[in-house]
Design a protein around this ligand. Structure first.
Ligand code: NAD
Ligand code: ZN
Ligand code: ZN
Length: 416
């Protein structure tokens, strides 16, 4: 807290220099240790951010300036963030369109610092989770019970600017820095559309529920809301990272009797036992396709499968391993942009269903507060997903861990 106060004072001091804030506002900042509220609203805020300048190169922690929120936008103080594989894909930019310099990050939790014109759902001081896909509340998708693919705010991986004016809110010496997924949480302050923020119970510990902002909700919802396994059914999960293990958690909650985990990394299997995974298959251990192995294990195929790898071969296997007549496969992993899904049409004619989902079909503003409540009511465990913690200054360690396939989620403390 002491260090945080120091940093706040320093940031505020420079802000005061640039924008002529009063001495009273400066001392208020010292008392609260927080840069939130009327003294900063409407001003450009200098703060630390981890900037990606080039594909695959370590992020650089440096000072950026964060512009105030415009109409229907919110500026939030990010307290904790974590790394999801989607950040890594776009940072590596191997199978994705490169867009640099960029501030990555989309799994996070924080506090509202100031709001733009027209924002009524959240207020200064509210605890919030930013979400990479939004909910305007008015379009046909938002009105539909089935969809979370909001016309206005659905995920857009290519856009590096805010919707309202096509500009970035981040700059370094006047050079704009691109946003990522409308969230850019690898910055002490970020600007997000109000429709991409879930207001949560202030009692929820932000250093834990930050993982509900992407990975946990995505996997959990993919099983509970999309695959919908019946009590006693069999479920195969492809990819045992945090998203896949959250999908396994969903299968456990739904009462599945067999949860078959599939991963190329044998180190995943030990961890997966804590998530109710009952059997393991490593495709590398077999000389025949993994879908065939699973069909043999389950008398013709599993009832449901959820793919959480981003690998196109795993996607096809996940589809082909479900039982004919009733099997449902759900794709969650983000593929290379040029990947093509190929299977024989007869596999579909034989009454298998292929589905896909972003964010587990949850509507961020309407549904995510209740996922946080599931954690508070002890129906959902989060601690077992958190295997590492690092201070913001060591954010590149979180990337190293994910590249090596070590651990599940690494929480990055923005105030450390
Ligand atoms: P992660 O890196 O922690 O886990 C991925 C796991 O998949 C790893 O254990 C890896 O060994 C395994 N894997 C890779 N290729 C495989 C293959 N061919 N067969 C079996 N296992 C394989 O990643 P994560 O953060 O859990 O994310 C998982 C996927 O979900 C990523 O593709 C990510 O981009 C995607 N994602 C999608 C959404 C969405 O809304 N659809 C949201 C978040 C993440
Ligand atoms: Zn994510
Ligand atoms: Zn909408």
């Amino acid at each position: 807290m002491r260090r945080n106060c120091w940093r706040s004072c320093l940031s505020l001091a420079s802000l005061r220099g640039i924008h002529g804030l009063t001495r009273r506002a400066y001392s208020l900042g010292c008392e609260t240790g927080e840069l939130v509220g009327p003294m900063t609203a409407g001003h450009v805020l200098p703060c630390r951010a981890a900037v990606a300048w080039e594909a695959g190169k370590p992020l650089v922690i440096q000072q950026v300036e964060v512009a105030p929120p415009q109409a229907m936008e919110v500026r939030m103080k990010v307290k904790y963030t974590s790394l999801c594989h989607t950040d890594l894909y776009f940072w590596e930019a191997k199978g994705q369109t490169p867009l640099f310099p960029r501030i990555f990050g989309h799994e996070a939790a924080g506090v509202v610092e100031s709001v733009g014109e027209g924002v009524s759902d959240v207020a200064v001081g509210d605890h919030v989770l930013p979400v990479f896909t939004g909910e305007c509340g008015e379009c046909r998708h938002c009105q539909s019970e089935e969809s979370n693919m909001c016309d206005l705010l659905r995920i857009n991986t290519e856009r590096g600017v805010m919707l309202s004016d096509g500009k970035s809110r981040f700059s370094i010496n006047g050079t704009p820095i691109n946003h990522f997924l409308g969230t850019s949480t690898f910055s002490e302050y970020t600007v997000v559309h109000a429709g991409c923020l879930a207001k949560i119970n202030p009692l929820a510990p932000l250093d834990k529920v930050c993982i509900v902002s992407c990975g946990v909700s995505t996997g959990l919802g993919a099983t509970l809301n999309v695959a919908k396994p019946k009590q006693g059914s069999s479920v195969a999960i492809f990819g045992l990272g945090a998203v896949g293990l959250a999908a396994a958690e969903g299968a456990r909650i739904a009462g599945a009797s067999r949860i078959i985990g599939v991963d190329l990394n044998p180190n995943r299997f030990e961890e997966a036992k804590k998530f109710g995974v009952t059997e393991f298959v490593n495709p590398k251990d077999y000389d025949r396709p993994v879908q065939q192995v699973i069909a043999e294990m389950t008398d013709g195929g599993v009832d449901r499968s959820v793919e959480c790898t981003g690998n196109i071969n795993a996607m096809v296997s996940a589809f082909e391993c479900v039982h004919d007549g009733w099997g449902v496969a759900v794709l969650v992993g983000v593929p290379n942009k040029d990947a093509v899904f190929m299977t024989k049409p007869i596999n579909i004619l034989n009454e298998r269903t292929l589905k896909g989902t972003f964010f587990g079909n949850y509507k961020p503003r309407s549904d995510i507060p209740s996922v946080v409540d599931m954690y508070l009511n002890k129906k959902l465990e989060l601690d077992k997903f958190i295997t590492h913690r690092v201070p913001f200054s060591e954010i590149n360690k979180a990337f190293d861990l994910m590249v090596k396939g070590e651990g599940l989620r690494c929480i990055i403390n923005m105030e450390d």
